[in-house]
Structure formats: structure tokens, C-alpha cells
Design a protein around this ligand. Structure first.
Ligand SMILES: Nc1ccn([C@@H]2O[C@H](COP(=O)(O)OP(=O)(O)OP(=O)(O)O)[C@@H](O)[C@H]2O)c(=O)n1
Ligand SMILES: C[C@](O)(CO)[C@H](O)COP(=O)(O)O
Length: 240
């Protein structure tokens, strides 16, 4: 008799950043975007998805805003006050805080709170695309521009040292989804938290090849001030 694993899916949103590149007067995840605090859009997308059992939001231990953005009445959402110095630290601390609540085979979707354009349809696309692949996967977009690498030490300069062949290049988005056990092991054994800018890179270091599932431009990461207007254009139309 074959036993099929009844997979459970959980969302984990790192939301403990300071938004330095946004240069706003507070963390960008709380900026009003599309009529509400930015992180609320992604939380609402996970809450609206029939696939997601529970959503966890990782904030800084001294965060004084989250309780006004996510009222305790949201019973499918739990705030974890374990944010760390880097995104990887925040994700790893969040995973460790769930020890005993998630099983090894539970699937965890790590999603930037700074990506408000996520929809339940994109969540379903990731889940369907990854299926039972033990390597997990992530939403990503094939690169369409020609990529240049600047000369060493000339960061931000107009000096181009080389053109990077774009065939096979993808721009990683989130959610990035892996089993709880694999993601915990990957981030827990990563060499340097600053070198790990996404969860998939830590999984790759263990020899896995996570699936690349085509995402959508609406799922952009709101990083710079100019990104807000783009995000709001997409948020005005949930069907993109
Ligand atoms: N120590 C950190 C750093 C980032 N993040 C989260 O990781 C996501 C992606 O990070 P990024 O876009 O870089 O956000 P910030 O780190 O806030 O931005 P910046 O790098 O400009 O300071 C965001 O939802 C951010 O809140 C986090 O939880 N903990
Ligand atoms: C995880 C990510 O969004 C994938 O593109 C990206 O690496 C986050 O980078 P950030 O500097 O922490 O925003």
C-alpha cells in the first residue's frame, strides 16, 4: 500500500528589515502602498489561498507597528518577534521558532513582505509547479534585458567590464518553497548569512536544484522609491 503524504503548506514572511534603500521615514513594509500597509497585501494573499494552512510573519523584537497592522483577530496569522540582522537570520530564526509545530515534510513558502503583488493564483502556480520535487522551487522571471557586469571597484560607475550571457538567466522572486527540514538544514549550515541573499541559494549549496517556476512582474520587490508606483499600478488590478 503506498502512503501518500498529505502535504501542509505554510507561509513565512520575513518583515524585519529597515528599508535602507527606500530611505523612507520608517521600515518600508509599513509604508502605505495601494491603500494599506505594504506587508498586508502579501499576508492577505496567503490568507485568501485555500492551500495555505497558516501564515507566520517575522518582525524585529522591538517592532511597535505590527500589532496595528495585523490585528489579533487574524487567527490564521501569527507574528514571530525573532527578526535578525540579515534576511537569512530572520528566516532561520523564524523556522527555529516553529520547531515542534511543523513536521519535516511540511512545506514552507518564504515570501518577502516587500513583494505586495503576490496573488493566490501565483501561490497555486508555485505549489503546482514544484509538486513533490524534493528540491523545492521558487517563482522567478526569465531575464529579458542584456546583462552587464561593471568593472571591479567601479560599482555604480558607467564602466562596463563584461556582458553576461543572458540565456538561462532568471531573476529570482519569492515565495521560495522547500520542506521545513530541508530549509532548516540549508540555512542552518549556510557559511555566511551575508552571502545568502535568497533561500534557494542555501538549498543549492546542499546540492539540490530547486525548480524555477515563472512568476509575474506584478510580484516585484518594492526596494526603491520608484518601485512604489509600479506596485500600485499592479495592485489596482488583481487580475494581472
Ligand atoms: N534583517 C532583515 C532584512 C530583511 N528582511 C526582510 O526581507 C525582505 C527582503 O529584504 P529587502 O527588500 O532587502 O528589505 P530591507 O532589508 O528592509 O531593505 P534594505 O536592504 O534596502 O534595507 C523584506 O521583506 C525585509 O523586511 C528581514 O526580515 N530581516
Ligand atoms: C529573496 C529575493 O527577493 C530574491 O530575489 C532577494 O534576494 C532579496 O534580496 P534583499 O536584498 O534582501 O531584498
Amino acid at each position: 500500500m503506498t502512503t501518500t503524504i498529505q502535504r501542509r503548506y505554510f507561509a513565512l514572511l520575513p518583515a524585519a528589515g529597515v528599508g535602507a534603500r527606500m530611505a523612507a521615514n520608517g521600515p518600508k513594509q509599513y509604508l502605505t502602498v495601494g491603500g494599506q500597509p505594504m506587508l498586508r497585501h502579501a499576508v492577505d494573499a496567503f490568507c485568501a489561498s485555500p492551500l495555505v494552512a497558516h501564515t507566520y510573519v517575522v518582525v524585529s523584537p522591538d517592532d511597535g507597528v505590527i500589532d496595528s497592522v495585523l490585528p489579533p483577530s487574524l487567527d490564521s496569522v501569527t507574528v514571530l518577534r525573532v527578526g535578525g540582522a540579515t534576511r537569512m537570520d530572520s528566516v532561520l530564526n523564524g523556522l527555529r521558532a516553529l520547531d515542534g509545530q511543523l513536521t519535516a515534510d511540511d512545506m514552507v513558502m518564504v515570501h518577502d513582505a516587500a513583494r505586495p503583488g503576490l496573488t493566490p493564483a501565483l501561490i497555486a502556480r508555485l505549489v503546482d509547479g514544484v509538486g513533490d520535487d524534493p528540491a523545492g522551487g521558487l517563482l522567478a522571471l526569465p531575464v529579458v534585458d542584456t546583462m552587464k557586469r561593471s568593472a571591479p571597484g567601479a560599482e555604480g560607475s558607467s564602466v562596463s567590464a563584461a556582458t553576461v550571457p543572458r540565456n538561462g538567466l532568471w531573476s529570482a522572486q519569492t515565495p521560495q518553497m522547500f520542506s521545513y527540514a530541508l530549509l532548516l538544514r540549508a540555512l542552518g549550515s549556510a557559511p555566511d548569512a551575508n552571502a545568502i541573499t535568497d533561500d534557494a541559494s542555501a538549498v543549492e549549496m546542499l546540492g539540490y536544484a530547486p525548480r524555477l517556476i515563472e512568476g509575474h512582474p506584478r510580484n516585484l520587490k518594492v526596494t526603491l522609491p520608484a518601485d512604489i508606483r509600479i506596485a500600485e499600478m499592479y495592485l489596482a488590478n488583481k487580475e494581472d
